[in-house]
Design a protein around this ligand. Structure first.
Ligand code: NAP
Length: 484
């Protein structure tokens, strides 16, 4: 298959926090892979900015080490790394001070795409924005990239949005949710809106329920202090799972353009019903055997923050009336697995007698591991012995279908950064989406806090608390297995 990599335009990308964890682990290795694929033109420049006492050579060395650590050996050659490092520069800047800004302004070139990645704490966004304008670095065509957390509640999200919008137009702000950069997530839109097969069935008449699972096998060790102030609801549901829900439930946009897509996603969030306490199960992991307990890795031994949450949501509109959306996410679960499963209803009448109700079509959209899709269909079990039915997956794993090209699929960060350079906001969250998600989330958090609810416990390495299974069983449904 002929490579379809189309280089982006030349750009200057300034990464504030260019020596931090996110920059070293994700942003720069991702840019390196795009450079290697031929997508990043040699006329581009990446300028790291931080307070550290580094010069250009020392920064290049830092990033060379990061690439060696985070890009597998087989995916880098010495020549490629050297070529990439040539594009790097560094400027010493304190977001809250005045030094370094003139040097930065002098480095930036006219006539190329200009983007600023705010890979620093959100409390620094305002100071950065003010200085970028004060030193004439930012014009109306530049872009800024910001990372979660986009606030911790509606009030702080509004304040953060205001800070950004005081300095930049919404069309210049790229809020990254890396789940939206995943190949399968975009494929969900391609499958829904590029085929006639699915959309006619994509409603309450044919769909029994939807399950969205983001299970992590890691715990919160190392970031217990941060996580305990957040919990699964703020850390995962308000952003990542909400975005997956929106893409599954939204109406077809009129065009695949940023505002058309984001308008439809926003309508889904606004159509979410309030939940009652019985619709939510929260948990904390414990392990008597290994001593791997949530409460031991956070500061507060009586913490009521959840490391797991399962919930049943309803989208109040004609398409989804009566169709539950079950969401669950947690730390230290059985395996790392993220998927959206659309479970269709039984056939209205079975000509196969007792087989009625045993077989259901399921469209499983896997985000990790092995991005891909399976459509489970019911067929006759081969061989003699009468009409026995069996459910088999029609596997739509990209690597098999698309050949070697699929192996070079950019990871979520790479794709999203290239979209910033291209000026395409479709896969980025708009400020009103973020605020609508918090407006729905806040009362739920306030509710369980006011009621003083303690999370249930669940065994480390399990699928979550028993109560989460009951949430489904009580309605004759069951979660799909977490197999990793
Ligand atoms: P980090 O490892 O603590 O790095 C912070 C970076 O900011 C460093 O380069 C630091 O360098 C620089 N910095 C700190 N204060 C500064 C100042 N006053 N002026 C200029 N530069 C300053 O943090 P991180 O993990 O990379 O996270 C960066 C942002 O991304 C945070 O908002 C975080 O919430 C978000 N995020 C991170 C991840 C992740 O996987 N790490 C994931 C999602 C979101 P100096 O100290 O030398 O200035």
């Amino acid at each position: 298959m002929v490579s379809r990599v189309i280089p982006v335009d030349d750009f200057d990308l300034v990464i504030f926090g260019g020596t931090g964890d996110l920059a070293r682990r994700k942003i720069l290795p991702g840019l390196f892979r795009r450079f290697r694929s031929g997508q990043m033109p040699e006329g581009s420049r990446i300028i790291g900015a931080a307070r550290g006492d580094l010069d250009r050579a020392a920064y290049q060395d830092t990033i060379r080490k990061a690439i060696e650590e985070f890009v597998p050996k087989g995916a880098r050659s010495k020549e490629d790394v050297a070529g990439f490092l040539e594009l790097l520069d560094f400027v010493k800047i304190d977001a809250t001070g005045e030094g370094g800004w003139k040097e930065l302004a002098d480095m930036l070139r006219p006539g190329v795409v200009r983007a600023f990645y705010f890979s620093v704490a959100p409390s620094l966004f305002g100071a950065l924005a003010e200085r970028l304008h004060g030193h004439a670095c930012a014009g109306p065509s530049c872009r800024i990239v910001v990372e979660k957390p986009f606030g911790r509640d509606l009030e702080s999200a509004k304040a953060l949005n205001k800070t950004l919008r005081d300095h930049f137009d919404e069309s210049q702000i790229y809020r990254i949710d890396h789940y939206l950069g995943k190949e399968t997530v975009q494929n969900l839109m391609a499958v829904r809106f590029g085929n006639v097969l699915f959309e006619p069935l994509w409603n309450a008449q044919f769909i029994d329920h939807v399950q969205i699972t983001v299970a992590e096998s890691v715990g919160v060790e190392g970031r217990g202090a941060y996580y305990d102030k957040s919990g699964a609801m703020r850390d995962m549901v308000q952003n990542h799972l909400m975005q997956l829900l929106c893409l599954t439930a939204m109406e077809p946009p009129s065009r695949f353009d940023p505002d058309a897509v984001r308008d439809e996603k926003l309508k889904v969030i606004r159509a979410l019903d309030d939940l009652s306490p019985e619709d939510i199960v929260r948990g904390q992991y414990v392990s008597e055997k290994s001593g791997d307990n949530y409460l031991d890795v956070v500061d507060d031994p009586d913490s009521r923050t959840e490391s797991f949450i399962a919930m049943k949501l309803s989208v109040s509109n004609w398409r989804w009336a009566g169709v539950p959306f079950y969401l669950r996410t947690g730390k230290r679960m059985k395996a790392r697995q993220s998927e959206i499963a659309v479970v269709f209803k039984d056939a209205p009448h079975s000509i196969f007698g007792q087989e009625q109700g045993k077989h259901r079509n399921v469209l499983a959209i896997r985000l990790q591991p092995n991005e891909g899709m399976d459509l489970f269909v019911t067929i006759k079990e081969p061989g003699p012995g009468g009409m026995r039915l069996v459910d088999v997956p029609l596997d739509m794993t990209f690597a098999d279908a698309l050949g070697p090209d699929a192996e070079d699929v950019p990871d979520a960060y790479e794709r999203l950064i290239m979209d910033v350079i291209r000026g395409n906001q479709t896969l980025f969250m708009r400020g009103d989406e973020v605020e609508a998600a918090w407006a729905w989330t806040d009362p739920l958090i306030e509710g369980w806090t006011e009621r003083g609810e303690k999370p249930y416990t669940y065994d480390t390495g399990s699928s979550g608390p028993e109560e989460a299974a009951i949430l489904m069983h009580s309605e004759g449904r069951r979660w799909r297995d977490i197999t990793g």
